[in-house]
Design a protein around this ligand. Structure first.
Ligand SMILES: Nc1ncnc2c1ncn2[C@@H]1O[C@H](COP(=O)(O)OP(=O)(O)O)[C@@H](O)[C@H]1O
Ligand SMILES: [Mg+2]
Length: 385
């Protein structure tokens, strides 16, 4: 248990140092918590805001282990951390939250799916395969039929490592890797809910958001809160979120991506045990931000209110296609003239096509108002080199 009477001397370790870490650092500094960030890149977004920066790779055992010696507790902003080092630190009494065993399951989409299945959490039917030739054999033997979705079990993100196989012409796209093959869901809407659970067992969740993807880059471009779903879907999705974080008995945040299908059924897609892109808007639009909520959860404090203050849209600011080099931001002055526009720049020096360089949260009076403003802002701000 952390002694909060000395919160000013608490050394919170965060691996790694991307934009999620930067926003967590900003929230922690409100409570005068000392933030220690480790990342391989000394110019990473969180490097210049944290109390102390450590150069080291989150995938390297020695780096993570040594970093752990410097801090009182560790939380993380990315899944691909060296779990063996976290487990070793935990065995030596270091507080690691969420628990490394949970992270280990979530790092592997196959183990995630098995966890959902074992806990009666609705998820698209699936099978696990060791490699491409096993998948092709299953197709030839009619054990597997199109359409289906292939997901590599480890290391995929932002659509990398996921392919949708609609017909035989897509077989050439199959990836040779241990994979989950799952049923293609007829998606009506993709939504996400971030659940929180504190070390005292208190559970709650943020309102559902609706995600829209950039079809070219296959990453979230825009999300709207509240999601345009019925009250009953919203209630059921919230209950699923609470059930899932409780099933894991975890302390921290669990970001849960879900599909709502054409019959209004809800399917859990995948989860992340950390703050999430789908919760950025909470900084301005919810009483408690996802970053403050993570701190409350891991410090054993009461969870804060997750009530939505105003409808919001979050737009990821992606590097403009065709530009690579030192980032220049066009249109900020004009965008900031629009009421309710909040700009977050992550401080990544180099822009690349579709790189997440920042985000904008837009607050408005209702759904149409935020959509109209988002359409304006989208055409105004460009990140070029
Ligand atoms: N079973 C499925 N049926 C239909 N579309 C899917 C399915 N699984 C994934 N997708 C689509 O692919 C996207 C990326 O898949 P996801 O598992 O979330 O991978 P990532 O880790 O890249 O986010 C999803 O947001 C969704 O649009
Ligand atoms: Mg996803």
């Amino acid at each position: 248990m952390i002694d909060l009477s000395n919160i000013s001397s608490l050394r919170l370790g965060i691996t790694a140092g991307g934009q999620l870490a930067k926003m967590l650092v900003l929230a922690a500094s409100n409570w005068d918590i000392k933030t220690y960030v480790m990342d391989a890149d000394p110019e990473c977004p969180a490097a210049h805001n944290c109390t102390k920066f450590f150069k080291g790779s989150h995938t390297n055992y020695e780096d993570v282990y040594r970093f752990g010696q410097e801090v009182d507790m560790i939380t993380y902003e990315i899944e691909s951390i060296n779990v063996e080092a976290l487990k070793k630190l935990k065995s030596e009494g270091k507080i690691i939250l969420p628990d490394p065993e949970i992270l280990e399951t979530i790092q592997d989409k196959g183990l995630q799916k098995l966890f959902f299945e074992n806990h009666q959490i609705p998820t698209a039917d699936f099978k696990l395969f060791k490699n491409k030739s096993e998948i092709i054999k299953a197709i030839q033997q009619a054990e597997l039929s199109v359409p289906f979705v292939q997901k590599v079990r480890q290391g995929g993100y932002d659509g990398r490592g996921v392919i949708v196989v609609n017909d035989a012409s897509d077989f050439t796209k199959l990836i040779d890797s241990p994979s989950v093959i799952e049923k293609k869901i007829k998606i009506k809407k993709e939504i996400a809910i971030i659940a929180a659970r504190s070390s005292s067992g208190e559970v709650s969740h943020f309102p559902a958001v609706e995600m829209e993807f950039n079809p070219e880059a296959n990453l979230v471009e825009k999300l709207i809160c509240p999601a345009d779903i019925s009250q009953s879907i919203s209630t059921n999705a919230g209950k699923l979120a609470d059930d899932l974080i409780s099933a894991w008995d975890m302390t921290g945040l669990l970001a849960i991506e879900m599909f709502v299908d054409e019959n209004d059924e809800i399917w859990i897609n995948e989860v992340a045990p950390r703050p999430h892109n789908s919760g950025h808007h909470t900084i301005e639009s919810v009483v408690t931000s996802q970053f403050e909520q993570l701190l409350r959860a891991i410090l054993g404090l009461p969870l804060g209110s997750m009530e939505l203050k105003k409808p919001a849209i979050m737009l990821n600011l992606l590097g403009e296609p065709g530009y690579e080099g030192i980032a220049k931001y066009h249109g900020l002055h004009q965008a900031l003239q629009i009421a309710g526009v909040k700009v977050h720049l992550y401080g990544k020096k180099i822009t690349k096509p579709f790189r997440k360089m920042g985000h904008i949260t837009i607050l408005g009076n209702d759904r149409q108002d935020v959509i109209d403003k988002a359409n304006q802002v989208k055409n105004i701000i460009k990140i070029v080199s």
